[in-house]
Design a protein around this ligand. Structure first.
Ligand SMILES: [Mg+2]
Ligand SMILES: [Zn+2]
Length: 245
């Protein structure tokens, strides 16, 4: 068994309502003329938790003449949660730290946003797969899971976090701590995978924070809730919770 060669902090960020103040899928959905056709709404109801509704809605938008550039414009014009750009830039300036986005949106929306905002240093975007193919936006589920009732069918964030830690450990990186930032119900599954060496940073008063408060005995990680990225920068500067190598 190979020994870990060096230590690193793994910093995971959710995207919607954590980095951006809003939900990218909902914003793009809002571009669709109302009412949304029944056959698409039905997909949302009968395929609960699958990615099929998004796929159908994006396809319908494009059939109606909405272009990729218009969709991209919508996404990249969403505002940051206050202080989040500053926090991401600050974290990028630190050593021994890896930044990863773990999102239920899709890889393309996240990549568009990071590039447009000049956010560097994100080593990986784990999300549903998306690309522009023959001028169309094509989205595919990350996986089709049946093992986790806390996450959506198309993406179990807890499993992705476990896989990521395993991959890094195999490649010789030993993570001293995982620092997890999120807001939503689907961030609770990965929160339960965190150890007492890790820290969960739920957005204050958002669903993840409430779930943690209601189930605090199930959560091993340290907890710091935040309203803006600026508060988190102060916490990092004081090195609270974090035992820097
Ligand atoms: Mg979110
Ligand atoms: Zn899960």
């Amino acid at each position: 068994m190979s020994q870990p060669q060096y230590n690193k902090h793994l910093v995971i960020f959710d995207f919607d309502d954590t980095i951006i103040d809003g939900n990218s899928d909902a914003e793009v959905n809002s571009m669709h003329p109302r009412p949304i056709p029944d056959e698409i709404t039905q997909i949302g109801i009968t395929h609960n938790g699958s990615i099929d509704f998004k796929v159908a809605l994006f396809a319908s938008l494009q059939q109606l003449g909405v272009t990729i550039d218009q969709i991209k414009d919508k996404v990249i014009n969403l505002p940051f949660v206050p202080g989040m750009k500053e926090l991401l830039d600050y974290l990028h300036s630190l050593e021994d730290l890896e930044l990863i986005i773990l999102s239920g949106a899709n890889t393309l929306f996240v990549r568009w946003y990071l590039d447009a905002m000049g956010i560097n240093g994100v080593s990986q975007i784990l999300s549903n797969f998306a690309e522009v193919k023959d001028g169309r936006l094509v989205v595919r589920c990350h996986h089709n899971q049946t093992w986790c009732h806390m996450c959506s069918k198309n993406l179990c964030k807890g499993r992705l976090l476990e896989n990521l830690i395993q991959e890094r450990t195999k490649s010789g990186v030993s993570h001293l701590s995982v620092l997890y930032f999120g807001d939503g119900k689907n961030d609770f599954c990965p929160t339960l995978k965190l150890s007492e060496h890790d820290v969960v940073f739920p957005r204050h008063d958002f669903p993840l924070h409430k779930l943690i408060m209601q189930n605090s005995s199930d959560v091993k990680a340290k907890l710091f809730s935040w309203k803006s990225g600026f508060e988190v920068i102060e916490i990092f500067k004081k090195k609270l919770f974090i035992h820097w190598a």
